[in-house]
Design a protein around this ligand. Structure first.
Ligand code: SF4
Length: 350
C-alpha cells in the first residue's frame, strides 16, 4: 500500500495554486508533525497494515521543504517498521527552501526520490506565476541534491501560460535536461476557482499543438511518456494511484482510499490540529470505481483490463483497436495517445 503525507505550508502562494496550503502559519509546524503522529496509528489499523507493507511514501504539499528535516525524524521513526525494505520514499521540494541541511537531513532519514517544483527557468515567467524562486536557485538546488547523493530526481514544468512558445519551452527543456534529473513532469496551466488567476483567465493559452510538441520533444531526449504529464523514470507512487492501490492519507485534507471508500481528514489546518482523527467517509459504488479505473488506466501506461468492460464496451474497444487508438497487450488495453485518453474513455463508456 501507499502512504501520502501532506505538508500544508508554503512560503508564498503561487497565483495558479488551489492546493491546501497556508502561508504565515509556520508557528504550528511542530504541533502539525505531532498531529501526523496521532493520526498515523489509527490509519495503519484501519488499513490493516502489516510490517513492511508500505511500498511507497510520498511527502507532498504545500512545500515539504518548509519543514526542517529534524521535525520529520519522529514520523520516520514511527514509520520505519511499516516501510518495505525497498520502499520508494519521495518528497516534493521547492528550490528556495531545499537548503543543504534540509537535503542532507532528508536523505539521512531515507528519502530516496526528490521532485522539485521548478515550473520554468525563465525568471519573467516565474514572476508571473508567483513563484518564490529564481531560475538560478532551481539549478543550484537540483545540483546540490545530486551532490548530496540523491539519485532519483524529478522536476515539474508548466506550459501553456499566455505567451509560451516553442522557443521558451525548448529553452526550459534544454536547461531541465542538462540537470541530473531522470524524470520530468510537464503540466498544462489550469485555471482553478478561488485562485488569483481565476480573475485573469487570459493568462492561460489554448494550444494543443504546443502540448503535443512538448511531449514529443521530451521523448526525443529519451524520457519516455508514461502518463499525460509524466516522463522518464516512473514514480511508483503515482503508478500506484493509477492502478487503484490502497493509499493512506496523512495530514490536513490528505485523502485516503481503501477498496471502496475514501477518507477525508479535515482540510482546515486548525480543525485538523484540534482533531487529527476526525474524517468524512465517502463510499464508492462499483460504477464509480470502474469509471475511475478506466480514466486513470487510459491516461497512463497502466492500461485497463479487458475483463473490466461489458460486452458493449468491448465492441467499442474493438472499433478503437481497428482505428489504432487503442492497442492490446495480453488481456489489457492501452491508449496509443494519452492526450486523447479522456475522449476515448467517454466513447468506451458511452
Ligand atoms: S509552492 Fe506549490 S503548493 Fe505552494 S502555493 Fe506554490 S504551487 Fe501551491
Amino acid at each position: 500500500m501507499l502512504l501520502y503525507c501532506h505538508i500544508p505550508y508554503c512560503d508564498s502562494k503561487c497565483h495558479y495554486c488551489s492546493f491546501n496550503s497556508y502561508v504565515g502559519r509556520f508557528e504550528s509546524r511542530t504541533r502539525y508533525m505531532e498531529a501526523l503522529l496521532e493520526q498515523l496509528p489509527a490509519e495503519l489499523e484501519r488499513f490493516g497494515a502489516s510490517p513492511g507493507s508500505i511500498t511507497s511514501l510520498f511527502i507532498g504539499g504545500g512545500t515539504p521543504s518548509t519543514v526542517p528535516a529534524e521535525l520529520y525524524t519522529p514520523l520516520f521513526e514511527a514509520l520505519a517498521p511499516w516501510l518495505a525494505d525497498d520502499a520508494e520514499i519521495s518528497s516534493e521540494a521547492n528550490p528556495n527552501s531545499a537548503s543543504e541541511s534540509w537535503l542532507a537531513g532528508m536523505r539521512q532519514l531515507g528519502v530516496n526520490r526528490l521532485s522539485f517544483g521548478v515550473q520554468s527557468f525563465d525568471d519573467e515567467k516565474l514572476r508571473r506565476l508567483g513563484r518564490a524562486h529564481s531560475s538560478a536557485q532551481a539549478i543550484e538546488a537540483i545540483e546540490r541534491a545530486a551532490e548530496i547523493g540523491f539519485e532519483r530526481l524529478s522536476l515539474d514544468l508548466i506550459y501553456n501560460c499566455a505567451g509560451d512558445d516553442r522557443a521558451l519551452l525548448e529553452a526550459d527543456l534544454r536547461q531541465a535536461l542538462s540537470l541530473p534529473v531522470g524524470h520530468l513532469s510537464a503540466y498544462e496551466l489550469t485555471i482553478e476557482e478561488g485562485t488569483p488567476f481565476a480573475r485573469t483567465p487570459e493568462v492561460r493559452q489554448e494550444n494543443d499543438s504546443l502540448a503535443r510538441w512538448m511531449a514529443r520533444h521530451v521523448e526525443e531526449t529519451g524520457l519516455v511518456q508514461y502518463e499525460i504529464s509524466n516522463f522518464g523514470d516512473p514514480c511508483r507512487h503515482n503508478l500506484g494511484y493509477w492502478r487503484h492501490e490502497d493509499y493512506i492519507g496523512l495530514g490536513a485534507g490528505a485523502v485516503g482510499f481503501l477498496r471502496d471508500r475514501r477518507f477525508y481528514p479535515h482540510s482546515d489546518l486548525d480543525v485538523y490540529l484540534d482533531n487529527p482523527l476526525a474524517r468524512r467517509i465517502e463510499p464508492l459504488d462499483a460504477e464509480a470505481l470502474k469509471t475511475e479505473r478506466i480514466f486513470l488506466g487510459l491516461r497512463s501506461r497502466v492500461g485497463i483490463e479487458a475483463t473490466l468492460l461489458n460486452s458493449g464496451e468491448r465492441e467499442r474497444a474493438e472499433i478503437l483497436l481497428s482505428e489504432g487508438k487503442l492497442r492490446q497487450e495480453g488481456a489489457r488495453y492501452f491508449c496509443t495517445d494519452y492526450f486523447l485518453a479522456d475522449g476515448i474513455a467517454l466513447f468506451l463508456m458511452d
